[in-house]
Design a protein around this ligand. Structure first.
Ligand code: 4AD
Ligand code: MG
Length: 419
């Protein structure tokens, strides 16, 4: 038997007999008539089942196969209904634990079942389209996908968030915090590269934007300076927004995302120095902005996304190029999205061997641990830049939801590794 997708029926492509398979989404008994809302990955349709005993047996979330005839019916949700002649129960469901109005904590505990619900599937579709758009944007510009290892012998983004792993009898092996250092090796051959990969941070902060395992979309390019990097990021964000609006209309509608918030994002984004940001927020020099501060800044300025630039060197990573015009700051920028805060961290990298050696000293990192990375500056060094985008954070912003835990199927935080 060949089975049709529900969307084909709802689009009026099937006029007469049809076979469908899916899951019982909702059910309503009316004397001799049972109405089942059947769902598959493409949609939901009403089944009218008259005198069919299996219709009464099939519980919520049971998987079934049905045969019937398509009828146009204005009263039915979606305008079509199936008059069912036969139902075969494939997997009878026990009483489904998820009902209306359950706590977010409960739903996260039941994520393996909640994942089939409309909210999670909408978010997973948006997420998948972000991957697609990120890749396409880079392909269109001649970038090559490049992969780095997950086990790494040294950190790049500060020791406090490193996850150490048992690696036979070796010590000091960690899960990767970023693809970047390896990407910097690859640009000498490939020049323009990108990746989307799992990334690990033992984050102490319990916020709505921190996961311990997340996906970072990163790029690195030879011959690119910090200004060019920011323009590239702007273009990418606009491209992804356009793509999501085009491909995820029903998902955004379901999530009640105000699409105007997305369409009003225009280039160029505001550039603001870190010291200006501190001034705007009434904070003293040397103060480290929190998540909350970032959102307050975005609200206060109210002009869409902001590139925070000219960070004090000691707040950022060892590999960032010092600004020759102001040696206390580095050529780095965070991109902040309204209501969300930082979604991208990017910078021009140190390309001079002496400057890198000095920087390792300043950051109290062992030269021996970065031997191969130092080599990259010895054999035909070039100016280069790159960034990392937190995929879950971007999904949160695009979908207008509250927490990164809902932007990934099985979230990992310091408190959660189940299911
Ligand atoms: O700003 P970060 O730490 O930058 C880097 O790791 C660079 N090496 C990237 C590069 O230049 N190739 O991280 C980049 C982005 C952040 O802006 C944020 O969106 C996301 O990764 N991110 C997290 N997302 C979820 N949970 C966490 N714990 C995250 N930490 C960073
Ligand atoms: Mg950052």
């Amino acid at each position: 038997m060949t089975f049709s997708k529900i969307s084909n029926v709802l689009e009026g492509k099937i006029k007469d007999k049809v076979s469908l398979r899916g899951w019982v989404y909702r059910k309503r008994d009316q004397k001799a008539l049972v109405f089942i809302m059947l769902r598959d990955s493409s949609g939901v349709i009403q089944l009218a089942c008259k005198g069919i005993p299996e219709a009464e047996v099939a519980s919520i979330e049971s998987s079934i196969e049905i045969e019937g005839v398509v009828k146009e019916d204005k009263r039915a949700p979606g305008g079509y209904e199936i008059q069912v002649s036969k139902i075969k129960i494939i997997g009878l469901a026990e009483r489904f634990p998820i009902a209306k109005d359950q706590s977010e904590e409960f739903l996260r505990e039941q994520r393996h079942l909640w994942l089939r619900g409309k909210r999670m599937t909408s978010l997973m579709k948006i997420r998948a389209e972000v991957f697609k758009a990120f890749r396409q944007f880079h392909y269109d510009r001649g970038y090559i996908e490049f992969h780095s290892p997950i086990f790494t012998p040294s950190g790049a983004e500060g020791g406090s968030t490193l996850f150490e792993v048992k690696y036979k009898d070796k010590e000091g092996i960690f899960l990767t915090q970023t693809w970047q250092l390896y990407a910097e090796a690859a640009i000498f051959g490939l020049e323009k590269i990108f990746t989307i990969a799992p990334t690990f941070r033992a984050e102490k902060s319990r916020t709505r934007r921190h996961l311990s395992e997340f996906w970072m979309a990163e790029m690195e390019a030879a011959w690119m300076d910090h200004e060019e990097l920011m323009s590239f990021e702007e273009e990418l964000i606009i491209y992804i927004i356009d793509h999501i609006i085009k491909t995820c209309k029903t998902e955004l509608e379901y999530l009640e995302r105000d699409v105007k918030e997305l369409t009003k994002v225009k280039k160029p984004f505001l550039r603001m120095s870190y010291s200006e940001a501190l001034k705007t927020l009434g904070k003293k020099k040397g103060y480290d902005l929190t998540d909350k501060d970032e959102r307050e800044l975005l609200d206060k300025v109210g002009k869409g996304p902001i590139f925070l630039t000219q960070f004090p060197r000691d707040m950022k990573a060892f590999y960032m190029k010092v600004d020759p015009k102001d040696s206390k700051t580095v050529k780095a920028s965070d991109l902040l999205m309204p209501g969300m805060g930082e979604i991208i961290g990017g910078s021009e990298r140190i390309s001079d061997p002496k400057e890198l050696e000095e920087s390792l000293k300043i950051f109290k990192l062992k030269k021996e641990d970065y031997g191969w990375y130092m080599d990259l500056r010895k054999y035909g060094t070039v100016p280069h830049s790159g960034f990392g985008l937190g995929v879950e954070r971007l999904v949160v912003w695009l979908a207008g939801i509250d927490h990164v835990m809902d932007a990934i199927a099985f979230p990992r935080t310091m408190d959660r590794v189940y299911p």
